[in-house]
Ligand binder design. Structure first.
Ligand code: NCD
Length: 406
């Protein structure tokens, strides 16, 4: 269906202009500066000169929980949550039951998500068999082949480190041979030591550091990137680590509700992460959407539901409080992750790209209420907070997948 968005502020990592955007057949077919009263056919949305139109967000790190944990989340509830959050591409992690360690399992999750048509889902595949840390995963064991039905944009053992140095290093090398980036969960011996280890063992490989949360880890990344500007090293942090500290964890409801991996840190760490985002040491913001049932949270399961609050939290924290430009924010949420994942046709509002678009109101106040989440996981420390900005509409492949009732 042909849809024209006119009178919008079109802002992505590369442009910031008033204009109109037309989509048709799943693609962006036209981007133009505001035309005088040009006749328009098809459906028309008017942005009133106020609403922002940008490229759909790309999440490098979420837990969709299927197979095995549908009481926490299902592909459908997570995909709806993604659409509500403005996410049109999501990588979901392999720590399911059973873990996703092979191509067939990943592809079957992808096909089910594709049928829902709410977001583009890319299941990550684990580094070791059954995430047991003992043997390479069947995916990495197999010879790289062009005939693969599904080639994941990311491999990851997220949830734990591969403890054996030899095995971790073999996995990183094997992944690099197949052109894969590995997202490294760095916790073994503490985050700083684990990041140092991943940088050492992954030298020359495509290493992505997941959920950076400490000043020390950010400094290691800064040092490494300065020493080797052509490095394949990239990193992410999360909305909760840039907006909250351990003090928030201690004061919000039952103690375990503030539990997340890595834990919320101190103010000095939080500010160091924001500095690292500002100067490109950390490339991406990923949600680490980790939904749990209330019972699991009470029993100490770590994680927050993040897909539906990420934009509002990041906009309020980075643009409103720390003077980031909206363009920089959209680079962190869309262009940079699309580039790292190798998703061509994503991350920018340009003719020929996929019609993955999010419309934002950046002037409104939003009261976060997790009872309204589409996600089954209702746990977030942001519930009850009044923040800035809201997702108004999400378009994935030219189809409206979410429209705000307000
Ligand atoms: C993750 C989960 O629940 O899958 N939780 C989290 O707090 N990030 C796993 C993990 O990283 O421990």
């Amino acid at each position: 269906m042909k849809i024209t968005f006119r009178n919008f502020r079109i802002t992505d990592a590369f442009t910031d202009t008033m204009g109109s955007v037309t989509v048709n057949g799943g693609r962006i077919v036209d981007v133009s500066p505001e035309s005088e009263a040009r006749p328009i056919d098809g459906l028309v949305f008017d942005g009133g000169g106020r609403l922002v139109l940008t490229s759909g967000f790309v999440d490098m790190h979420a837990h969709f929980r299927e197979p095995g944990f549908s009481e926490k989340e299902t592909l459908e509830s997570a995909s709806l949550a993604a659409a509500r959050g403005g996410y049109t591409s999501v990588v979901c992690m392999a720590n399911t039951k059973p873990p996703v360690d092979n191509e067939a399992a990943a592809y079957s999750i992808k096909r089910r998500a594709d049928t829902l048509g709410l977001t583009r889902l890319y299941p990550a595949i684990s580094l070791t068999e059954g995430m047991n840390g003992k043997k390479l995963s069947p995916y990495l064991e197999a010879e790289p082949s062009a005939a693969r039905a599904y080639s994941p944009p990311l491999l990851s053992e997220d949830g734990k480190d591969v403890e054996d140095d030899g095995l971790f290093s073999a996995a990183l090398r094997r992944a690099a041979e197949g052109g894969h980036t590995v997202s490294c969960h760095c916790d073994l011996g503490g985050e700083d030591a684990a990041v140092d280890r991943a940088l050492r063992l992954g030298a020359g490989c495509r290493v992505h550091i997941a959920h950076v949360s400490t000043k020390g880890a950010a400094e290691l990344l800064r040092h490494h990137k300065k020493r080797d500007p052509r490095t394949l090293l990239t990193a992410e942090t999360t909305p909760h680590h840039i907006a909250l500290t351990c003090r928030d964890a201690a004061t919000s409801g039952p103690e375990t509700f503030g539990k997340v991996a890595p834990p919320l840190r101190g103010e000095e760490d939080r500010l160091a992460l924001i500095e690292a985002l500002k100067d490109g040491v950390i490339d991406v913001i990923a949600t680490d959407h980790a939904p749990h049932t209330t019972e699991d949270k009470l029993n100490g399961a770590p994680g927050f539901s993040g897909l539906e609050t990420a934009f509002t939290v990041c906009y309020s924290t980075l643009v409103k409080r720390h003077n980031f430009s909206p363009q920089k924010l959209f680079s962190l949420l869309s262009a940079a992750p699309a580039r790292i994942l190798g998703l061509s046709g994503h991350g920018a509002i340009a003719a020929g790209n996929n019609a993955d678009i999010v419309i934002l109101d950046t002037e409104c106040e939003t009261l976060i209420d997790s009872a309204m989440f589409a996600s089954r996981g209702k746990n977030t420390l942001f519930s009850g907070r009044k923040l800035y900005g809201a997702v108004v509409l999400t378009l994935c492949g030219g189809r409206v997948v979410y429209q705000s009732p307000f």
